[in-house]
Ligand binder design. Structure first.
Ligand code: PA5
Length: 430
């Protein structure tokens, strides 16, 4: 479950400002439900949760467990919505240092030759026992034409064929649209296994399709629990949106008052990639026609020692959204030492989680007093269900918020500008 506490942000608004914003949010929420807003041909992220496709989930589980059992490395080759969701869920739910399951390596999310060269050299190096690494490759591109992903796939595909010969075909998985795009031509020519991203689901809303589910399953995460967490979230939010509306109303009213930056922060490093996923979801959906809050991501307490000064004391145009785990499992406890050289004996008997929680509460208090409106997104625990819940909550929040701006939440026309300029410089023919 997820609930957002908007109280520490609301105190920066007058009742009048809040009530005006509330009416606009209610209208926007209705527009989404009645399908009268912009981009209604892109609402598949909702319909996939209405009638869960268990056969698809089982297929993801079965291929995922094949990779989990046999793979040393799974390369997830994609950019933007084609990898951020998988990365967010994997990093939230799998141990940082693990002995089982494949190492997940991301590629195709930039154009660094240095990175790819080193990646291939790493794949070439044998395991500790001298045997070759077992490598699988999942390329993900809805359009099938994104250059960053296509270049990496071309090079990694060659590596796979050089290493495995014909067997490479059974180790390469492709996720793309039903039809069209260069990737579909490659799939047809080589016979790779293909998974479909439905046409009515946009990239950044696609984590609960094979785009996210296959790498997530390969990491050993229970995709059914994740998916049904989102199904439950949808059901609950159809019955009761009071908490969501309060959050959106407060965020929208602050935006109208000139707040420009939404800093998504977490004291749990495992949730920082969730912040990255949310950054894209909010940023690419809102940033249109001179509008939207700029989403930034911070990992605390690390970044309190870098940007903390700015948040506490810089230009007052920042709101902060904390991704906060309510019931963090206790891990390490601190013990007393006979000589208290480091002066930490006052913490003895406390768990690291208790200390981290106090650091979180202290930061909320300090930033709030420093003039930062704060939202606390309370996630029950780091479980597949809770993360599934949060995914749908934030997807719905995005769609409704962008309707308050009068924009289309589901397109990203601005992303084409750099591509056009780059293609012109590279001499690409139409
Ligand atoms: O959300 C989006 O639609 C984008 O971020 C895309 O996911 C991203 O540009 C990658 O596109 P594609 O999957 O077509 O390679």
């Amino acid at each position: 479950m997820i609930r957002i506490d908007s109280e520490p942000a609301r105190k920066f608004l007058s009742d009048e400002e809040w009530n005006t914003a509330r009416n606009i949010v209610k209208d926007s929420s209705e527009q989404l439900d009645k399908r009268t807003g912009k981009g209604t041909e892109w609402l598949g992220w909702q319909s996939i949760l209405e009638e869960p496709n268990d056969a698809l989930l089982e297929n993801m589980e079965s291929i995922g467990s094949e990779i989990h059992k046999n793979g040393d490395v799974l390369i997830v080759c994609g950019i933007g919505g084609s990898y951020l969701g998988a990365r967010a869920v994997i990093e939230a739910l799998t141990p940082e240092f693990r002995d089982r399951g494949p190492e997940i390596i991301y590629a195709g999310h930039h154009i660094s030759g240095r990175y790819l060269k080193r990646l291939m050299a790493y794949l070439d190096r044998p395991r500790a026992d001298g045997s070759p690494k077992q490598v699988y490759l999942n390329v993900i591109s809805k359009s099938g034409t994104t250059m960053e992903t296509a270049i990496a796939f071309r090079l990694l595909r060659k590596w796979m064929h050089d290493r495995y010969g014909d067997e490479a075909v059974s180790r390469i998985f492709c996720t793309t649209s039903r039809e069209g795009g260069a990737l579909n031509k490659i799939i047809q020519a080589y016979g790779y296994r293909k998974f479909i991203l439905p046409d009515d689901v946009g990239g950044r809303f696609s984590v609960l399709t094979p785009v996210g589910l296959l790498p997530i399953a390969a990491s050993g995460i229970d995709v059914k629990r994740l998916y049904y967490g989102a199904v439950d979230s949808r059901r609950k939010l159809q019955e009761d949106r009071a908490n969501l509306h309060e959050y959106l109303t407060t965020r929208f009213a602050l935006y109208r008052n000139g707040y420009a930056i939404d800093l998504i922060a977490s004291f749990e490093p495992a949730l920082v990639s969730m912040g990255g996923w949310l950054q894209q979801l909010y940023g690419e959906s809102e940033g249109k026609n001179g509008q939207g809050l700029f989403p930034a991501v911070a990992q605390y307490s690390t970044d309190l020692h870098s940007i903390g000064q700015m948040v506490q004391d810089g230009k007052r145009n920042i709101i902060e959204t904390f991704l906060h785990v309510k019931n963090a499992e206790p891990t390490v406890s601190l013990t007393a030492e006979s000589r208290d050289y480091d002066g930490l004996n006052y913490l003895s008997g406390k768990t690291m989680e208790e200390v981290n929680e106090k650091a979180f509460q202290g930061t909320v208090q300090a930033h709030s007093e420093g003039g930062v409106p704060i939202f606390i997104a309370n996630i029950d625990e780091l479980s597949a269900e809770s993360i599934g819940h949060a995914i749908y909550y934030f997807e719905l929040a995005t769609a409704i918020f962008v309707y308050t701006l009068g924009e289309n939440p589901f397109d990203q026309p601005g992303v084409e500008a750099y591509k056009k300029a780059m293609y012109r410089l590279l001499g690409k023919r139409d």
